[in-house]
Design a protein around this ligand. Structure first.
Ligand code: WTA
Length: 645
């Protein structure tokens, strides 16, 4: 994967960017040498109701485990994203909305209009009984009402939990139940690539599984027919009668802002909890520095609001900075593979932030889809979600950016709130495939399996040695799981779950997950989740799921399935199991390969040897290592002989 070439900071970037190389070194040095005054100074970028006098107060040690930032400060996130821009910039465009169907008209929503809708919807939520601290589940497509819904929650101090619109009713119900939310905001239908997604019908199905859910607010997005029953309200009806004035709720910096479910290596997805002050400082600062962002620039983060990238870099980062954020309802390859570049031309996009998986898929379609568009407004490109292979990096740089746009390859996680290791375009020479250097305040270390810190050029597991303002604060409802998951593997440090190499220039190269999380098209999926879905099927006795390299998706899902004794393997059953997983979790969990396995390789104590399963899925059967410790070494021969693909 590694590439030795270096792309120096272009001279005009070194000259004009907010942060140049010397600036980065100074910022970074201060951030670690004197974090207290550094972060109190950074916090001034926000409007506080009460300005904090304390920065970080934390310990990752078991005896005294706690994390807080700006704890004596008070603020409101929606007021920071809206109200404070009104006087000078109320008529500036906050959101450009590009519909799924390019034949339809885009919408341009000013800060004043967005503020007005958020205030009304916040009042509507209050009238529906939503109060500070309540959990509100949001299951919406990529429409401007999604931004209104999140900001309205923030305004009243309710905790939003956004569930990606591609998740199934079962997955939705699980998340609704876990956080105990009684209200869901959804739409009649979503649209993606010309296809409809029956969101309201999914909510109705989820309701049967989550009896605590008693109110549903429905945005009329497509006008498709939906059943409206008890406890269902149309969004537009609520807005029409809501009061226009709504005072933003004063929130303590450590009050929760949102929960976002993400996959881990074990068990059910966990509700990652972010709080108010530290999170907003983090996303606001990182959005400004990583993208060298100046208000007025047209900025497009092509993620979905259902993922953390959408939260931090479609919504909270750009709007807290008074920016113009483009929100795209559609998909990159519909109506054809030119769509992203056409949207860039239609709106004059200057900064584009997307995922390697999208780039690989588009690259495969040929350069002509790109070169027939202008892209003359583009000045900076970004990627996120998974390691980018140098070939895709170079295509992005040379073909999409015509060699003139730096690429910021941003490494971070749902748990980290925002960018952790990333180039700053005016400061950092680039190496294709490397996320380069740590953001101010971030103290990365590479440790070996025993936790010994490695110095110099090395490879191992990536940990973060100190807290930063955007760090998650807990797993909703399970603080012990938070501690166990992230702080016990290497005591006293935050364990990222990623493997990483550091080169002789101190550049970081993320090598991918070292736990049982796989990264499918930039989406995190726990192998345990797919396994649980499979064993729910009546024919399945046991399942083991691993990732394998996939040209477009980065990783694909490979499932080994042992059937119950009275079941017979067949292609029909294989199809049925694929469909089953899609219904249980959602299309993003679709297995790419299912292999029927009479037995799984287990140690004598019954532990499945995933290392062997991974090798077989990868097709690397010559180096299975020592199989003599297995309870029944013969199962391996069968697995190798019947490999799928
Ligand atoms: C991976 C998405 C390499 C990594 C923001 C991490 C990356 C997981 C990069 C988090 C990158 C994200 N280079 N790998 N630039 N960005 N990852 O929580 O394995 O959906 O742990 O957050 O994605 O995924 P999550």
């Amino acid at each position: 994967m590694s590439d030795q070439s270096v792309y120096p900071v272009p001279p005009e970037w070194a000259k004009r960017a907010k942060v140049n190389r010397a600036g980065y070194e100074k910022l970074y040095g201060r951030s670690l040498a004197d974090p207290g005054s550094f972060w109190l100074e950074q916090a001034r970028r926000l409007d506080w109701i009460k300005r904090p006098e304390i920065a970080g107060d934390w310990s990752f040690d078991k005896a005294d485990f706690h994390i807080s930032w700006f704890a004596d400060g008070k603020l409101n996130v929606a007021a920071n994203c809206l109200d404070r821009h009104l006087a000078a910039n109320g008529d500036k465009v906050a959101i450009i909305w590009e519909p799924d169907d390019p034949a339809e008209q885009p919408r341009r929503i000013t800060y004043r209009q967005l503020h007005a809708d958020v205030c009304k919807f916040a009042n509507a939520l209050k009238e529906r009984g939503v109060a500070k601290g309540d959990r509100v589940t949001i299951y919406l497509p990529m429409i401007p009402e999604a931004a209104v819904a999140l900001l309205a929650c923030a305004r009243v101090g309710a905790i939003h939990s956004v569930v990606f619109g591609g998740f199934s009713p079962e997955a939705l119900a699980g998340r609704v139940e876990d956080c105990g939310s009684t209200i869901v905001i959804t739409a009649d239908e979503g649209r993606r690539g010309g296809k409809k997604v029956p969101l309201k019908a999914n909510v109705d199905a989820a309701r049967k599984l989550a009896p605590g859910l008693d109110q549903v607010i429905v945005v009329k997005a497509t006008g498709g027919a939906v059943a409206m029953g008890d406890g269902d309200h149309w969004y537009h009806d609520l807005l029409a009668t809501a009061e226009p004035e709504c005072r933003p709720e004063p929130m303590n910096a450590e009050d929760p802002l949102f929960i976002l479910y993400t996959s881990g290596s074990t068990g059910k997805p966990k509700g990652v909890l972010h709080t108010t002050g530290g999170y907003l400082v983090w996303v606001s600062l990182s959005h400004e520095l990583t993208f060298d962002y100046r208000p007025g620039q047209i900025y497009w983060c092509a993620a979905d609001i259902g993922w953390v990238t959408g939260h931090s870099y479609i919504l909270y980062g750009p709007l807290s900075n008074g920016g113009t954020t483009l929100m795209f309802e559609g998909v990159p390859n519909w109506p054809d593979a030119s769509r992203i570049w056409q949207v860039c031309d239609r709106h004059g996009v200057e900064i584009l932030y997307t995922a390697p998986t999208a780039l690989r898929a588009l690259m495969k379609e040929g350069d002509e889809f790109v070169t027939r568009t202008s892209r003359s407004t583009l000045r900076l490109l970004g990627t996120v979600g998974e390691p980018i292979n140098p070939e895709a990096w170079r295509w992005y740089h040379d073909v999409v950016g015509e060699g003139r746009c730096p690429i910021v390859d941003t490494w971070w996680q749902t748990e980290t709130g925002g960018h952790m290791i990333t180039p700053l375009p005016g400061a950092t020479d680039l190496k294709p495939g490397s996320a380069t250097l740590p953001f101010p305040g971030i103290d990365p270390q590479i440790v070996d399996g025993e936790g010994a810190v490695q110095t110099g050029a090395t490879e191992g597991n990536l940990v973060i040695a100190r807290s930063w303002p955007g760090q998650m604060r807990t797993v909703w409802g399970d603080h012990d799981r938070f501690f166990q998951t992230y702080f016990t593997t290497y005591p006293g440090k935050y364990f990222t779950g990623d493997g990483c190499r550091r080169d002789e220039d101190g550049y970081y190269w993320i090598t991918g997950r070292v736990d049982d999380v796989i990264n499918v098209s930039g989406h995190r999926m726990g192998t345990a989740e797919v396994e649980s879905a499979l064993v729910l099927h009546h024919a399945v006795a046991e399942a083991a799921v691993v990732g394998f390299p996939h040209d477009i998706k980065g990783q694909g899902i490979y499932a080994y399935v042992t059937l119950n004794a009275d079941e017979t393997p067949s292609d029909d059953l294989r199809k049925e199991l694929v469909a089953w997983v899609r219904t249980e979790i959602g299309p993003i969990a679709t297995p790419d390969a299912i292999q029927f396995a009479p037995g799984l390789p287990k140690t004598r104590s019954g532990k499945i040897m995933r290392r062997i399963l991974r090798k077989i899925a990868e097709g690397d059967v010559s180096s299975l290592g020592d199989t003599s410790t297995l309870a029944d070494p013969a199962v391996v021969d069968d697995l190798v002989a019947n490999r799928v693909g």
